[in-house]
Structure formats: C-alpha cells, structure tokens
Design a protein around this ligand. Structure first.
Ligand SMILES: [Mg+2]
Ligand SMILES: [Zn+2]
Length: 202
C-alpha cells in the first residue's frame, strides 16, 4: 500500500535508499500505534538529509503486520505515519515515498518483505539504478529483499539488528553487497563513502 508517493508524472530517477521504518528510522516499539511514542533513532534525520544531499532518493518500505493482526486500525496507522513525517520535517528531511504491507504473515500476500510487492509499487514512481541502490533494515527479511532484487543491503544494529546479525552473516557469507552498520547514520556514511570511492576510481 502507498502511504506517500510522488505526484503523478514522470518517475523520479536516481539511486534510492530503501529504508525500513521501525528499528531504522524510528525506535522499534513493537506494533507501534501511539503517535506520541514515535521517536527518531538518534541522528537518523540528519543522516537522511546527508543522503538526499548526496543524491539518493529516500523511500520507506515497512511491514505493518500489527494492522493485519488487528492490533491497531487505519486511524492509528495514519497517525503514526504522520508523526514520523512530522518528526523528519523537524530535521529538515522528507521521505520521497513510503510503502507498507498491511497484512499479517499468514495472509500470504506478495507485499510483505521480502516479497516483491512493495518494490513493485515503488517502481511505478521511482526508477532506480540497482547498482547504487541499497536497502537499509534491521532484519534478515530486509537484507533478503535487497539481495533478491539486485540491491545492496545494510543491516543496522538498532532495533532487531543486533540479534539478527549472526543469521545474516551466515546466510550471506562474504557478500560484498551485504554490510553491517551500527545505525542509520553509519549506514549512510558507509554507502556515501563507497559510492564516492567508486566514482573516483580510475
Ligand atoms: Mg524493522
Ligand atoms: Zn502485504
């Protein structure tokens, strides 16, 4: 489902940072339904602003199974999403798009990460250069989404990241496009440095 997308027209072109929401942009609070509990990961807003400055489009991809499980409704989901947008706006940054899966895992949808549905939806509005596009997440499912569809992936240590790291290292051993960062600020720094190095290479 689309929470936000660019106005209809030409697709936005460029490298994209596909960002998981809970545990990456905001602190994961398990099935968050209270907008007052929305809290940005320290430095996340500034890091996103740096990525945008360096040329990346910022697109959120979020599994929201709390909706599918009946833990909260559309009003709560919207209130939290609006608060995330507002908190990011205070940091001077805005997501170019945000797509979410509203289903429970047992509904067998194709949009729950690592399924392709959210990327398919995003592809209506964004044309990305896969070689310079990364998924940043705190779960193996985020890394799997990226690697299935030819994108780089960074597992952050915030949210569930610390407890998923061993699993991710085992599943993608020695994959140069699977990176590990402490948090979103470090992930952005790594990606920007890597790409700058590549451009500067002979
Ligand atoms: Mg997450
Ligand atoms: Zn879904």
């Amino acid at each position: 489902m689309i929470w936000k997308a660019p106005a209809r027209g030409e697709r936005m072109t460029g490298p994209v940072l596909f960002l998981d929401r809970d545990g990456v942009i905001i602190i994961d609070k398990d099935y968050l339904s209270d907008p007052d509990a929305v809290e940005l990961v320290p430095g996340a807003g500034a890091a996103m602003a740096r990525a945008a400055q360096a040329g990346w489009l910022l697109v959120g991809l979020s599994n929201q199974s709390g909706f599918g499980r009946g833990y909260f409704g559309q009003a709560e989901l919207a209130a939290v999403m609006k608060r995330v947008d507002a908190e990011l706006a205070r940091e001077g940054v805005t997501l170019d798009g945000l797509y979410y899966c509203p289903h429970a895992p047992d509904q067998g949808c194709r949009c729950r990460k690592p399924g392709p549905g959210l990327l398919e939806e995003a592809s209506a509005s964004f044309a990305w250069d896969a070689g310079r596009t990364w998924v940043v997440g705190d779960k193996a499912s985020d890394v799997e989404l990226g690697r299935r569809y030819g994108l780089g992936a960074v597992l952050v240590g915030t949210g569930y990241g610390a407890q998923q790291a061993e699993l991710v290292r085992a599943a993608w051993p020695d994959d140069p496009r699977v990176l590990f960062a402490v948090d979103l600020p470090e992930a952005v720094a790594m990606i920007v440095a890597l790409e700058a190095g590549r451009e500067g290479a002979p």
